[in-house]
Write a protein that binds this ligand. Structure first.
Ligand code: ATP
Ligand code: MG
Length: 342
């Protein structure tokens, strides 16, 4: 018997009675709720993500049931572990990540450069793991709220394998369903064109480019823009502003910016694969672990960055915690995109 009170590695069917009675609501989104729960026998903390009765959420849950056994096999330290289903609650049971989403962390704390680089590297490792599967497991919903943070501020990819390109679907329908989740910023421009070719790994690579930008700037892309504006601008090759990345940055950040720009290339064939990217993000994240004075004496000292010395890796910003609720823009996304693509 393992810590999940079942066979090791098994995708379990949980009953509500397997958990302690107090379910703590962690977040509420348009398509369901996330609760922190505790298993009665092992006292292991889990997260339960319930799916609402909307058509969109029901479809995702239906696919999850169909693919439960293969999803159970996806295990890596860079991926949130899926423990099983709780059919009574139309919910998925997964590893509990105590520091919530990277989306919230970026809004509530100032991250120092080594931490930012480490998180980018860990997320690229998680994505590389999914894309290395045969066939590659596409995420198709990669965003900072689907990158979760553990007790030790390490990040893992969550909610993979939930969004699918259905047989007979066209790009219009697919893009509509993603935009309805408030994900317009993460959708690559090739998805806005007519056609029926399914998304490939380059889809996630584009989303990852936006994630890198969010980590480097600690801002949200396209704030205040309507879905229509984002769609038009992205189609024309416009991307979030690199100017918003602080000038008080280490010289190595320019290489990270280069990777980010490759990820969001207009031509999806020019975007890198995660298998190549992880080597670069690893090297960059390693180099930033070395204290700056030592690093500077080993490299070109004329490139003096002047960025603040790292006293600690994160600082809390004096702001209230932001809930992971859809923004007003997101709320209108579905209607707007429907009219745009029709
Ligand atoms: P989507 O449904 O498209 O994935 P989302 O990520 O914004 O959208 P949820 O997946 O429902 O919405 O997650 C909402 C929030 O719940 C997350 O941003 C995070 O703060 C929290 N959360 C989700 N999963 C976990 C988990 N395993 N452990 C801890 N908190 C979690
Ligand atoms: Mg999620």
């Amino acid at each position: 018997m393992d810590c999940l009170d079942g066979s090791p590695g098994e995708f379990r069917n949980f009953e509500k009675g397997d958990f302690e009675a107090d379910w703590i609501k962690v977040a509420e989104s348009r398509f369901g709720q996330v609760y922190q729960v505790k298993l009665k026998l092992s006292q292991l903390q889990c997260a339960v993500k319930s799916f609402d009765t909307t058509q969109c959420a029901k479809n995702v849950y239906r696919r999850l049931i169909e693919e439960a056994s293969s999803i159970a096999k996806v295990k890596s330290k860079y991926i949130v572990t899926i423990h099983g289903l709780c059919r009574e609650a139309t919910a998925m049971v997964m590893e509990y990540m105590s520091n919530g989403s990277l989306n919230n962390l970026l809004a509530s704390h100032t991250l120092m450069w080594p931490k930012k680089f480490q998180m980018i590297h860990e997320a690229s490792m998680g994505m590389n793991f999914l894309h290395s599967m045969k066939p590659p497991l596409l995420h198709l919903n990669l965003k900072t709220s689907n990158i979760l943070v553990d007790d030790y501020l390490h990040v893992k990819i969550a909610d993979f394998g939930l969004i699918h390109w259905e047989e007979g679907m066209n790009k219009k329908l697919f893009t509509e369903s993603l935009a309805a989740r408030g994900n317009i910023s993460y959708i690559p421009p090739e998805s806005f064109t007519q056609g029926s070719d399914p998304p490939g790994t380059a889809f996630d690579v584009y989303s990852f480019g936006i994630v890198i930008w969010e980590i480097l700037t600690q801002q949200k892309p396209h704030t205040g823009c309507s879905v229509t504006t984002v769609l038009l601008q992205v189609s024309q090759g416009k991307r979030p502003s690199v100017e918003l990345i602080s000038e008080q940055r280490p010289p190595e950040c320019d290489q990270m910016i280069h990777i980010m720009k490759q990820c969001w290339e207009q031509d999806h064939r020019k975007r890198p694969q995660f298998s190549d990217m992880v080597k670069e993000t690893e090297a960059l994240s390693e180099v930033l672990k070395i204290p700056e004075p030592i690093r500077m004496s080993n490299s070109d000292s004329s490139q003096k960055s002047g960025y603040p010395r790292q006293l600690s890796l994160i600082h809390k910003i004096a702001l209230p915690e932001l809930p992971d609720l859809p923004s007003a823009d997101d709320q209108h996304a579905e209607d707007e995109i429907l009219s745009l693509l029709s």
